[in-house]
Design a protein around this ligand. Structure first.
Ligand code: R5P
Length: 314
């Protein structure tokens, strides 16, 4: 297979790229991705890619602008090196929360990023748990959207939480996903009535659903400051919940989120490796489950022109 496909990575998450390549039975291809003395991104693809099916693994996680520019410039280099097809594998799609004009004079940055990727030369995109499914429509090239649900369901199935479990959506927008978890884990369903006070602060007002005496799993796509989950967990505790877990695909964990999680009512936060977890963010309360095989299998199927829907059928 590795004579027909190549996996490349920038500096965003080389470990994930390596794990994906390992799943596929090969290695990440060599590329220089560094900086010129003035800070500009310097790229050189160090193997022949003529006619190859190329996948660039690069979440646009913090430092978002650096990682995004690396991805764009790598795609440009690969296009000019005559790759047959270039797929941007973006396990975490940054800027996704700016996806509509909800106030006067604000940008739709998610659309701008989609345009940039296409203009750079991406032929396809493979991504995971987009903040808003509609972002798929910002692209006029094929986009495959994966879900981490099966990875989390496998993890929570092994815990002895069944019979007394409720899946909780921390806001109204997450109900569909929470319902899918509840169905898969034969659990109840509850929703937090969340109000966002500012980009970094939320309040959880009410819990809609029965949580008293139940173990709860909050499910969400992103944890940034942690405010949404911590406030939701507080509201669940007030309503008499037993143990509270959280399953979140993208562990961005900005500002002092880790410390706040450690001091919160959340017993365990389970995140995926869609973005790297630097050593200073490691905590006994945080468990990481891998999406490398999910992404690897999707890459294999894309290369072989096979369906990938089997990977996220609920
Ligand atoms: C909101 O719509 C998202 O699904 C997340 O709940 C939110 O982005 C998390 O942000 P924070 O951790 O800062 O509350």
């Amino acid at each position: 297979m590795f004579n027909r496909i190549s996996i490349f990575t920038g500096n965003a998450h080389p470990k994930l790229a390596k794990d994906i390549a390992k799943y596929l039975g090969g290695k990440v291809s060599p590329a220089l991705v560094s900086r010129f003395s003035d800070g500009e991104v310097r790229v050189k693809i160090e193997e022949n890619v003529r006619g190859k099916d190329v996948f660039v693994v690069q979440p646009t996680s913090p430092p978002v602008n650096e990682n995004l520019m690396e991805l764009l410039i790598m795609i440009d280099a690969l296009k000019r090196a005559s790759a047959r097809r270039i797929t941007a594998v973006i396990p975490y799609f940054g800027y996704a929360r700016q996806d509509r004009k909800d106030q006067p004079r604000v940008p739709i940055t998610a659309k701008l990023v989609a345009n940039l990727l296409t203009v750079a030369g991406a032929d396809r995109v493979l991504t995971l748990d987009l903040h808003a499914g509609q972002i798929q429509g910002f692209f006029d090239i094929p986009l495959d959207h994966l879900y981490a649900i099966n990875v989390f369901v496998e993890y929570f199935s092994k815990k002895k939480l069944k019979n007394n479990l409720v899946i909780v959506s921390p806001d109204v927008g997450g109900i569909k996903m929470a319902r899918a978890y509840a169905k898969r884990l034969s659990a109840g369903l509850a929703i937090v009535d969340k109000r966002r006070n500012s980009p970094d602060s939320t309040s959880a007002i009410h819990i809609l659903g029965e949580v008293e005496g139940k173990n709860c799993v909050l499910v969400d796509d992103i944890i940034a400051t942690g405010s949404s989950l911590i406030e939701a967990a507080k509201a669940l505790k007030r309503s008499g919940s037993k143990d509270i877990y959280a399953a979140v695909t993208h562990g961005i964990l900005s500002k002092d989120a880790v410390k706040r999680i450690e001091n919160s009512d959340i017993r365990q936060l389970v995140i995926t490796d869609s973005v790297p977890l630097p050593p200073e963010k490691k905590s006994p309360k945080i468990k990481v489950v891998s999406v490398a095989s999910l992404l690897g299998e999707a890459i294999k199927r894309i290369h072989e022109e096979r369906s990938i829907s089997i990977l996220f059928e609920f």
